[in-house]
Every structure is written in C-alpha cells, then in structure tokens.
Ligand binder design. Structure first.
Ligand code: 5BU
Length: 253
C-alpha cells in the first residue's frame, strides 16, 4: 500500500470515478477541502446556512432523515444552489444492511436518495456484496466507512484492513472514512474536526484540528458540523475552517 502524501492533481489521476474526479476539481478550483455537515432539523435553516457559506465548501453533507419538514422543493432549492455555487451533495445515510435492503432504502421511501445525492456513505459490515448491485448511476459515488471517529468504535485493525480492501475493489467507491492513512487510490474523509482543544471528546465523538487530520493522517477532505452551525458567525467560521484546511493540506507534504 502506497501511503506517501500525493497532491490533489496526482490523486485525480488515480481516482477513476467521475464524482471523485469532480470533487477534486471543485476543491482545486475553489481552494477548499471543507465539507459542511448541516445536521439541522429544519430545511429553512439548512438553506440559510448554505446560502451563506456555499462559496467556501466543496460538499454539503446531510442526514436527510433528521429533517422534520423534508420535501422535494427543499431538495430542488439545494440542488440549484449546489450547481450555482459548485459543491456536491453528500447523504450520510450509512447504509448497513444486506444488498437488497440497501437497494430499497437507496431508491425508495420518502427520500429517494438516489434521485438527488452525488455521494452516499455505506458501511461494509455486511460484506462486499452488500454494496454491489445497488444499481447506482455513474454520477453517484460511494464513501465507505472503514473506521469511525467515535470513542469506543468496534472496528479493529483486521476489520479496517478488510473494509479498505472492499473499498479498493469496488469501482463505485470514491473514498473512505478512516482515522489513519489509506491507499492513495481512495479519497480520505475526516469527520470529528474542531479547532478547540477543549472539545477533544464531546458526547462520545473525538475531535482533532485540521492540521492533525492533514499532516498525521493524510486526509483529503475535512467534514465540519457543529463548529460552524453552532457558531455566532457561520460565515467567518466557515472561512476559517476553509483556510485552515487548505493551508494544512499545503503544509502536509
Ligand atoms: P460534528 O458536528 O462536526 O461533530 O459533525 C460530524 C458529522 O459527521 C455528523 O453528521 C456525524 O454523523 C458524522 N460522522 C462522524 O462524526 N464520525 C464518523 O465516523 C462518521 C460520520 Br462516518
């Protein structure tokens, strides 16, 4: 496994999936590796924030099943903003069932995730087959979860190695979540990001500074939620995370 830090330009050559390539292109163009996790329960609040900080992010991550007033007009608004401001829509659904159920949850139900998401997250706990035959269009990429950011996570080295292998072998996978360096053919996404040292452990999740994510773990994209949406000035704070993430990337070689 080759783990030496490579640039976004070099990584773009190694990632064959069009959505992986597109995400890198957006990152380079907007000079941002920041994905905003909008874990809010009202669509209006999400749209307000996205209008405010859409210029600073390369991705918007949702948990669509927490939105109390979910509607397709909300999705249409989001889609429009995402095209205008150039960022991708991530649905952090963490599919974790057998393949046939994953398929149904992805394409059906109220949220019809496959009709609007650019990127979706999946666990591979049920094995490699559970994320094959999902019948996803070529313009949706998968992110596997190899190792979560939480304290007490159950994944051991053996599980993580197998999860990474499954990720490498599935052509729909653009990258993974892990708390360590991974093969350069995968994009590495890092949640659990915060500037403050005092929030290292918050309600069972662990947090690191963007510098640690890029320099120690060779992360490619940081995912930031409450540090931004709970702040007094999301616009300024988002810009601070964008800048910190970009500088950390540049300093990580
Ligand atoms: P936070 O507010 O910055 O803590 O939000 C982190 C988001 O990332 C939240 O939506 C989690 O569900 C998500 N997350 C995580 O925290 N850790 C993980 O390992 C994975 C996802 Br995978």
């Amino acid at each position: 496994i080759q783990k030496k830090r490579i640039s976004y330009e070099e990584k773009k050559e190694k990632i064959y999936h069009p959505i992986g390539k597109k995400l890198i292109e957006i990152a380079l163009k907007k000079k941002t590796n920041l994905i905003f996790s909008a874990d809010l329960i009202y669509s209006k609040k999400i749209l307000e924030l996205v209008n405010l900080i859409g210029d600073k992010i390369c991705g918007l991550k949702l948990h669509v099943d927490i939105i109390s007033d979910f509607s397709f007009s909300f999705i249409n608004f989001l889609k429009k903003i995402s095209l205008k401001k150039k960022f991708l829509l991530f649905e952090d659904r963490k599919f974790c069932d057998v393949g046939t159920t994953n398929y149904l949850q992805l394409h059906h139900g109220i949220h019809k995730i496959s009709s609007w998401a650019d990127v979706i997250t999946v666990h591979v706990l049920a094995g490699s087959k559970s994320i094959e035959n999902l019948n996803i269009p070529s313009n949706i990429g998968l992110i596997t979860i190899s190792e979560m950011s939480s304290y007490g996570r159950l994944s051991d080295d053996n599980y993580i190695r197998k999860a990474l292998n499954i990720s490498l072998k599935n052509s729909k996978v653009i990258g993974t979540v892990a708390q360590r360096k991974v093969d350069n053919r995968l994009l590495l996404f890092t949640p659990g990001i915060h500037f403050s040292d005092s929030i290292k452990n918050y309600k069972g999740n662990s947090y690191i500074h963007p510098n640690q994510a890029f320099i120690k773990k060779n992360c490619d994209f940081i995912i930031v939620g409450k540090a931004i949406y709970q702040s007094d000035n999301p616009k300024i704070v988002a810009e601070n995370y964008r800048k910190a993430g970009w500088i950390a990337y540049e300093n990580s070689f």
